[in-house]
Write a protein that binds this ligand. Sequence first.
Ligand code: NAD
Ligand code: UDP
Length: 322
Amino acid sequence: MRTLVTGGAGMIGSHLVDALIDGGDEVVVLDNFLTGRRENLAHRDDSPLMQVLEADVSVATDLMEKVGPVDRVYHLASPASPIDFARYPLETLMTNAVGTRNALDLARHWDARFLLASTSEIYGDPEVHPQPETYRGNASSLGPRSCYDEGKRFAESLAMTYWREYGVDVRIARLFNTYGPRSRTDDGRVVPTFCVQALSRRPLTVFGSGLQTRSLCYVSDIVRGLIALMETRGIGGEAVNLGCPEERTVLEIAEIIAALAGSPCHIEGGPLPVDDPARRCPDIGKAQRLLGWLPEIDLETGLKMTLEHFRAELALSRGAAA
Ligand code: NAD
Ligand code: UDP
């Protein structure tokens, strides 16, 4: 099988590339390294099964020829951390709009199956808990998060339109908060930030009351879910939540990470970002029913593996500074 992964140098994308290559796929990675890193793929550089194309999916003109024939398209390209999409709001909108159209055109041209990495953010600040796929959400089209939320909502609509109008076999994964090794130390999301702060013996920056909740899923579980969603027959046109249904407050996340890092849990307050969702937790009944999928890695195990990554990153940067 020949597979395109857009955003393949990112945190989730690079783990997906690993799993696909391990399964024998030939993988083309398309990434402009806006928020991802070339180093995330360096360990595969000698593999004849990986080709890396540095390109912006939203402006590339001759994408079909550059990529060549493919059987599968995983479309993950998009800034995903709130500080990244705040820094790159137009790029976020264009990647999810024009970039998604380019990726869909490519899938249509090569008659490939298409998977969109969408997000729980399409539910906005939800009023229904946990969130099933049938919930239509409570998102703002005006606020600072709208470039991401509305960008992804548009991308979902575009994918469904290609399914209805052109018969492209599309599947939509609505990913909830995902963490794991290979995030940048300056990624800004809650797990990378708390891991770096705890390992550096700095206070943990808890925004707002810290009573807002998230449900954290380890990256290998998400990758398994993405592949299952792509490879399950007869589910074209379906949107499926992938995430861990265990809700934790941000304060609890801070305490757990500090304890695992062996660091005292000193908290430094900060303002709650605008439109920060108060609660978020997936209903994963559909993933379980359609794909037989459930997350397997418990939070403590996943965080230990993630802390290992950040320990190594911090040691490297200390070495470089010395
Ligand atoms: P990430 O920032 O690590 O990866 C995104 C990748 O896309 C990066 O390598 C970046 O360079 C690339 N990219 C961005 N714009 C591009 C463009 N125009 N052309 C080519 N490449 C481009 O983020 P991630 O956490 O790995 O997220 C991957 C996908 O999963 C994103 O689509 C994101 O919206 C979705 N998602 C992630 C989470 C999460 O918690 N990690 C949750 C919900 C959805
Ligand atoms: N958060 C925090 N301190 C940080 C980073 C994030 O308290 O240094 C909070 C943030 O306000 C949100 C939650 O952690 O309530 C998750 O934020 P993240 O940026 O990881 O992703 P989101 O789920 O908001 O997209």
